[in-house]
Design a protein around this ligand. Sequence first.
Ligand SMILES: *[C@@H]1O[C@H](CO)[C@@H](O)[C@H](O)[C@H]1NC(C)=O
Ligand SMILES: *[C@@H]1O[C@H](CO)[C@@H](O)[C@H](O)[C@H]1NC(C)=O
Ligand SMILES: *[C@@H]1O[C@H](CO)[C@@H](O)[C@H](O)[C@H]1NC(C)=O
Ligand SMILES: *[C@@H]1O[C@H](CO)[C@@H](O)[C@H](O)[C@H]1NC(C)=O
Length: 564
Amino acid sequence: MAFLSSLCALLAVCTTVTANNARSADLIRLLGPQGVNLVRLDSLATPRPFLKDSSEFGVQEVLSKGDGKRTYDFRAEWFQQPLDHFDDNSSHVWHQRFWVNSKYYKPGTNAPVIVIDGGETSGEDRLPFLDTGIAAILARATGGIGVVLEHRYYGESIPVSNFSTDSLRWLNNAQSAADSANFMRNVKFDGIRENITAPGTPWIYYGGSYAGARAAHMRILYPDIVYGAIASSAVTHATLQAWEYMTVIRDAADPKCSSRIVSSIASIDAILERGYFKKQLKALFGLAGLEHDEDFVSLLESPLGYWQAKCWDPEFGSTKFDDFCGTLSRPFSRVMAAADIESLPFEDEKRMVTFEDGFAVDVAVVNYAQWIKKNVVSRCKSTVEDCFGTFDEEKYHVTDLKQDWRLWLFQVCTEWGYFTTPPPDQKEPSLISRLINLGYESKICKQAFPPGKYFKVPGLPNITAVNELGDFAIAADRLAFIDGDVDPWRPYTPHSDYAEDRDDTILRPFKLIPGGVHHYDEWGYKNILEEPEEIRKVHAEMIHFVREWLKDWKPPKKHKKKHD
Ligand SMILES: *[C@@H]1O[C@H](CO)[C@@H](O)[C@H](O)[C@H]1NC(C)=O
Ligand SMILES: *[C@@H]1O[C@H](CO)[C@@H](O)[C@H](O)[C@H]1NC(C)=O
Ligand SMILES: *[C@@H]1O[C@H](CO)[C@@H](O)[C@H](O)[C@H]1NC(C)=O
Ligand SMILES: *[C@@H]1O[C@H](CO)[C@@H](O)[C@H](O)[C@H]1NC(C)=O
């Protein structure tokens, strides 16, 4: 590895990737203001080398060397974009980063370009999909070219000099869709002589999660240049209160674990409501100094975020959710027999752990507390109020370019929403505290984005901007939807229980991966025969429908007179 790293530095052609960054937007989505705190703690612990320097286009970065990081042999290229696609007077331009895999390209065969939308993270985090994942799989199957296109404002595709409210006003769905369209119509790839722009070449647009919704939107907004699109875990339904997210986890997790979490949270809520042992309870978690109860309970959501971090490929997946479940059923002392713990009901006498003053809780709560203390609170190098409090506005006012947590948060606050709340039905079992509500989750929007001179973040996001593009019913020929049946985002995709059922056809593929979590089809092995059965199956189906789509491809007629 050391040899490889120095070789990379020398040749300046490799990129090393960690999975860390993709998680920052996930944390914010899930934990709202507390997520921002956790991302900030993470970045203090592992500062990301910051290399933005637009004078050095073409010089490839090598990210911090370290253990377990893979190196990818792709060189970044840059494409010039206007900052504002809808104002002809604005001359401000910036450069959008992309990477190309032309290993499988067969020129002169009407081969497609498979473009992966980088979505709400550094494009570097998507390189595994260009190397052996879905872009490589489809490019190999079609003789096509794979591309990862970084999203404006993320990674190094940054058009502004700070992330103030005003500077972020060009970070929206319409501008970033126009970036992709402009790219497809005009890009030239280094070392490829043919004109591969759209619509003269078939472009297949792929995205997962937020980028999955964008893939679907691209097919609707730009049907003349997006020949086909694959929308994986595509959250085409934006919503303010994303309470269903946790119900998917509640129902899909090991029932015992799920019920222990539900009972622990209910018991914690009850203690907080009574107030009497509140101090002792918080102290158990190492959070005695945390003033607001909402901040305390929102921290307890952090292990739940690891459900989404599961991946069938162990190199990229996290096992922390299952570890957390294991922790919950650990006996507290030798006196407590493991078998008893497993079988006795919550708050059975034999499961209770008693502290001074007569404060007593179920052993699962004690274990929960230890997990939080060890995995979350221990990272705090200051007071817990400083690390985990969310009521001090000041700390969200920093706007320099290192504050990349501001990016997805801005998109949440303006157009996307998805504030995680408990089920509206009070009787429904909840994995998260009933103290969490829309007001608490969304207050960060006002705290982080005070009104600018040119732009004001709305009181609540205008989710119509997303939903008017088709919502659950979004559909078109050569637009595929791929989802996972235990993906916590499934309730916001066309595979939602709220959506009309559809047929799965070649022209409009509609596939649900059994046991699949978040965009499971995006990862792939070099040899797809070594993949788990369900993944291999969906990849074979994807190859099949893309090949079928391409059979219908006809290049647009040249010299066609326009009649509009
Ligand atoms: C662009 O400039 C023209 C001429 O200066 C002006 O009339 C027009 O209002 C400007 N448009 C915008 C969107 O600022
Ligand atoms: C952010 O950048 C803009 C444009 O360069 C500048 O006018 C503004 O003063 C900056 N704001 C902050 C808070 O640095
Ligand atoms: C590439 O082809 C498109 C038509 O698909 C054409 O409009 C464009 O001018 C061509 N670009 C170059 C550089 O030849
Ligand atoms: C919300 O977005 C829609 C669609 O873009 C737009 O028509 C509407 O005016 C917006 N509403 C507000 C309150 O800004």
